[in-house]
Design a protein around this ligand. Structure first.
Ligand SMILES: Nc1nc2c(ncn2[C@@H]2O[C@H](COP(=O)(O)OP(=O)(O)OP(=O)(O)O)[C@@H](O)[C@H]2O)c(=O)[nH]1
Ligand SMILES: [Mg+2]
Length: 318
């Protein structure tokens, strides 16, 4: 699914892409360099939808190239999701000119595109003039173009831009038959696991950290829609220590992948975190603290149902 994130320099396009699709936090993208030309990356969004994100460097020298006769069809053809992003602190005619050229090139090369998402970013800043920028972009805009555009004031820093992008891509999941088939398969396995153990199961995708499916219902259900499992939780020096202990005991070394289960304990239940290959993380919340509940979960890891879950998740990453 071709997803383009277009707009003038410094709008926050790369920051949005990295924080949403790679699960980075804002601090990690604060020192990004301007994107040089086009950067294309493939992701499996939410473990369900294959997306190819085209992130465009917005400096003037690149913009001219994108609109050239030669590049237009390649760049603006066959677009599935179109996002135009601007820095809402910049109320400049140049931004409008770029928007006009963008709309024209997009609609000419992908006439069927019926939603164009326009993000007015950086509203966390005091200098943000999102209302004026909205005026700038919509004044005397062709009514057909206007109808296709959905404007949203957002902030990558505060997270609302990521929520908007997730909402946009979740909508695409819901209209993709293949994604829905994958989802139905995974959900059926989780429900089956639950019926054997009473625990609740949640599967999170790597690397975006978003929920793929759970025994609580739809992934887009509040309050789980935007929740992110921070994979970093599993990264610690545990493996190093473990390896040293192994050496003391003169045993063969073991790969970090085989250290893949963490158990937390609360007053009322256990929370188990298990890595499923490098594609997903399974969280299990037990219903009680009885030993046989834990034992049946351990049995499950060795069972064919668990293999089925692994397979279902790896199929979703082809
Ligand atoms: N305050 C604030 N700063 C932001 C926000 N989003 C991005 N930035 C900052 O804006 C700067 C530019 O962000 P980028 O993501 O590199 O912008 P870009 O649109 O990819 O820029 P080009 O690649 O040159 O086209 C970075 O310093 C970001 O940290 C936001 O919501 N609020
Ligand atoms: Mg960039």
């Amino acid at each position: 699914m071709k997803t383009i994130i277009f707009g003038p320099a410094n709008a926050g396009k790369t920051s949005l892409m990295r924080t949403t699709c790679l699960g980075y936090n804002f601090m990690k993208v604060i020192n990004l360099k301007p994107t040089r030309g086009i950067s294309r990356e493939n992701f499996i969004f939410r473990g369900l939808l294959e997306i190819s994100v085209w992130d465009f460097g917005g400096q003037k020298k690149y913009l001219e190239r994108y609109f050239s006769e030669k590049q237009r069809p390649v760049i603006f053809g066959d677009v599935d999701v179109a996002i135009f992003m601007v820095d809402a602190t910049r109320n400049e005619q140049f931004v409008r000119d770029t928007f006009d050229k963008f709309l024209e090139a997009l609609i000419q090369n992908t006439p069927k595109i019926d939603k164009i998402y326009v993000l007015l970013n950086k509203i966390d800043l005091e200098e943000s003039m999102e209302d004026a920028v909205f005026e700038l972009l919509t004044k005397n805009l062709d009514s057909d173009y206007r109808q296709r555009c959905a404007f949203t004031p957002v902030s990558v820093k505060e997270g609302s831009a990521q929520h908007r992008l997730i909402e946009i891509l979740d909508f695409e999941i819901q209209i993709s038959t293949l994604s829905i088939q994958r989802l139905t398969g995974i959900r059926a396995i989780l429900d089956n696991l639950k019926s054997n153990t009473k625990a609740n199961y949640l599967v999170f995708n790597r690397p975006d950290g978003l929920l793929i499916s759970s025994t609580f219902g739809k992934f887009s259900l509040e309050p789980l829609e935007y929740i992110k499992f921070e994979i970093g939780t599993l990264d610690s020096n545990l493996y190093q220590i473990y390896q040293k202990v192994y050496r003391i005991e003169n045993r063969m070394s073991i790969s970090p992948l085989e250290l893949s289960l963490i158990i937390y304990e609360s007053e009322e239940n256990y929370v188990l975190i298990k890595e499923i290959s490098d594609k997903a993380v399974l969280m299990i919340i037990t219903n009680n603290k009885e030993n046989n509940e834990l034992n049946s979960i351990f049995d499950l890891f060795k069972s064919s149902k668990f293999k089925e879950l692994e397979n279902a998740l790896s199929i979703s990453s082809i």
